[in-house]
Design a protein around this ligand. Sequence first.
Ligand code: GUN
Length: 297
Amino acid sequence: MTVPSNLIDGRAIAEQLHQETAQRVAALKSRGFAPGLAFVRVGEDPASKVYVGMKEKTCARLGFLSATQVLPATTTEAELLALLHRLNADPQWHGILVQAPLPRHISSSRVFATVLPSKDVDGFHPENVGKLMLGDPSGFVPCTPGGVQELLIRSGVKTDGAEVVVLGRGDIVGKPMTSILCQKGEHANATVTLCHSRTRNISEHCRRADVVIAAMGVAEFLKADMVKPGAVIIDVGVNRVPSPGSRDGTRLVGDVDFARVQPIAGLITPNPGGVGPMTIAMLMRNTVRAAEMATGQ
Ligand code: GUN
């Protein structure tokens, strides 16, 4: 007898989204348009190189036009903003993505506010952040928290009235995740607690939760004794830790102590293969939508 798995297969769910996106790309192409996504990468951060490379490959697979502008780490903020103004004005680009993190001398908030809201497929522009907070669906939702919501929906997890704990208050995941799940409406309606480095008694908050979304960037932070049996565990973390004996002496782990939490969780995302593929799938979905809106569909 096989024991049913409690793993949420992010790769398979992302693939469903890609199929849906591919159909929308085909419809656009039949009208003579291809969705276009411009990437901007500043400096040589190794993780950013990998992420942008994966996103470019997915663009090629789904028939998007894409190009990456790679700027040196010494680029000034003014130079980067000037590039963004050119990309904003170029109708072949329906989406623009500036990969974070940026070098410290560049203000991320000024950069994200310079991308046109209608091309902001990352959902980082203040106008889109505000729309998300207000529950206005005309904006773009950030890809990682949007992908987590989609994972919950497609895994049959009901958030209505549920206790959800979000670990981490970052602008890319924690804060927008909270906004998404506290909205009045279907696939939200949760009681959301946002915990962070200054939260007292984090374990107590976590133990009450029906769903824990770990996005604080601390390797294997969420331990088994912090989890209510049967809870749904979503691991957004990507942390590089020392690993003597591995090829480069390091390995990647999430924010969840997976080996010990998995046996007591109701459902849990593997890492890798959980949230990561969903981030890319949501980026593609946001971009095809930007293209549809720009071309009057
Ligand atoms: N760095 C980490 N996550 C993201 C993301 O979703 N978008 C961008 N632009 N940069 C990131």
